[in-house]
Design a protein around this ligand. Structure first.
Ligand SMILES: [Zn+2]
Length: 218
């Protein structure tokens, strides 16, 4: 059995032009205003793009969500849509250019069509406990074509608000614990490549620079 990685991405992101289809989410938690995805003129609005390293916005420390407004609900719904579409198992607001302490996660979801989806929105998350150590191979939608082993806490207890503003306290192990830490890191401007050896990170950055230079010439 292969181990799923965080934010696992199968498709190339660079060349995709994303436009919004009406959100079709399985979870009734996300009331979508009727104008969602459509500009006042009625034309489809471009969907948020997943920012990629080395975009400086990924390094920002995000601000707490002060109030769960319709905009926040709409952002969460759009982030779920992007997460499933990429596909990934977690996506944090700063990855789509919103410096807010919010992420979406679905660690049970499989990539198969019609697979059951259980998106969880976590707002203003905070770890109450972290124990043990586990090493997991991680990837990230914002760090294309790269995966590496990262050491993190094996068991965590996290407190957050859900999309209705209700407090959630969750204990998690293994992949779920890793994913919760990976996504919370995004809210503090930390990418998984900031948690690997400088040597490994250096190899990735060098490869990426070369690739970006080739793309610029084309
Ligand atoms: Zn990520």
């Amino acid at each position: 059995m292969s181990i799923p990685s965080i934010c696992y991405k199968a498709k190339s992101y660079y060349s995709r032009q994303l436009t919004v289809a009406p959100p079709n989410l399985p979870d009734s938690h996300f009331p979508i205003p009727p104008q969602s995805g459509v500009t006042p003129s009625g034309s489809p609005m471009a969907r948020r793009q997943v920012l990629q390293f080395p975009d400086p916005r990924l390094k920002q420390v995000s601000q707490p969500v002060a109030e769960i407004t319709d905009e926040i609900r709409q952002l969460a719904a759009e982030m779920c849509e992007i997460m499933y579409d990429e596909p990934g198992i977690g996506l944090a607001a700063p990855q789509v250019g919103e410096a807010l302490r919010l992420f979406v996660i679905d660690t049970e979801w499989a990539e198969e069509e019609d697979a059951e989806r259980h998106p969880q929105v976590m707002i203003n998350p905070e770890f109450i406990a972290r124990e043990g150590r586990v090493t997991w191979e991680e990837g990230c939608l914002s760090v294309p074509n790269f995966r590496a082993d990262v050491e993190r806490a094996a068991h965590v207890k996290i407190r957050a608000l859900d999309i209705d503003g209700k407090e959630i306290i969750e204990e998690a192990d293994d992949l779920r614990a890793v994913c919760l830490q990976h996504e919370t890191d995004h809210l503090d401007g930390i990418l998984f490549i900031d948690r690997i050896s400088r040597l490994k990170r250096g190899i990735y950055v060098k490869k990426l620079k070369k690739q970006l230079a080739v793309e610029a010439e084309e």
